[in-house]
Design a binder for this molecule. Sequence first.
Ligand code: ATP
Ligand code: MG
Length: 404
Amino acid sequence: MKPPFQQALGIIRQLNRHGYEAYFVGGAVRDLLLGRPIGDVDIATSALPDEVMAIFPKTIDVGSKHGTVVVVHEGTAYEVTTFRTDGDYEDHRRPESVTFVRSLEEDLKRRDFTMNAIAMDEHGTIIDPFGGQEAIEKRLICTVGEADARFREDALRMMRAVRFVSQLGFSLAIDTKKAIIANAPLLAHISVERMTMEMEKLLAGPFAAEALPLLAETGLSTYLPGLAEKGEWLRRAAAYRWPWLAAREERWALLCHALGVKESRPFLRAWKLPNKVIDEAGAILATLAAVPEPAAWTNEQLFLAGLKRALSVEVVRAALTGKPYEPQHDELRRRFAALPIKTKGELAVNGKVVIDWIGKPAGPWVKETLDAIWRAVVNGEVENEKERIYAWLMERSRTQEKNC
Ligand code: ATP
Ligand code: MG
């Protein structure tokens, strides 16, 4: 058995020893069958949450009401969830209540897609009552059961379907796609936060260029924040190199650019992203507009952006143009390393020193003077050394007086 499963095997065996059924389930089994890197290993069991907590010395009750207990095994946390069926769905959202059941098959039946409804026992035997392996072979995303009903139960599954297209490069099965088209308006019942989580996974997937036009094609985009009128733009977003981007801020910046969003802030706020992400994506976009080509960076722009953001700007530009970003990254790293100071804090003088020198009361002139100083230092006009800066400042005020 592969390492991530091997490590968790102790939990399955322990549950089995106590007379309960226990299996690996969900994304990890799918990814094993696909030969993809395996993420979190999840376990499903016939044991009730209290029974799970009684067996293992280290557990965390993360949602025993819904059947989930975290078992800490050899330093790693695993979600162990009791076989369950979902309660009644209200408002096309995940139900509040669940019913525990004692059969694996019933548990697998409530899962969204056949590829996600496969279990594996302690011997590595696959239990696949809904044809998940066949779907994986055909690279198809198919709902478990009738697609229309499954999307009406929980409309978020439609977004999940498209994000799996982006992550796996699979296609939507015909019925599944038709049902998404028919039920897209139900997305309006889903909270923005849950849609954003799926959208972030979609943007980060290796096949985002295929998934983004699909949002338009299925009509889902009509019900997503700020995307109602962006169908054509989403189709064109297929041309960009999304997988080149490594950070979420870069992805949101590229999305804004790709969609022709004039003001990124309200658009990103509508997705309820953290302010840090909104600010950074906005700064990347502003710098991208201010530096029209990789060769156009001035020392001042590079200093103000900082290396990290400057690299982000170039990778976003590369994703837009399709030109490799490595040469620009190398060049920016070299130029940044050559800057005499990397932050304003490294300047040899501060406001207090400048006030002492000039002998005027503090005022806006102090910041203006300090700005002039760091610019001169960054541009190599004066060395970052107190006496040199003093001499430069005196010379500057003499010229300024003459100019007046
Ligand atoms: P990832 O690799 O992104 O974690 P995953 O398949 O593990 O993918 P999760 O969101 O972690 O996805 O969910 C774990 C499992 O729970 C899924 O594989 C699926 O069986 C089930 N599941 C999750 N969300 C839903 C849902 N909305 N409806 C039905 N089943 C779901
Ligand atoms: Mg998972």
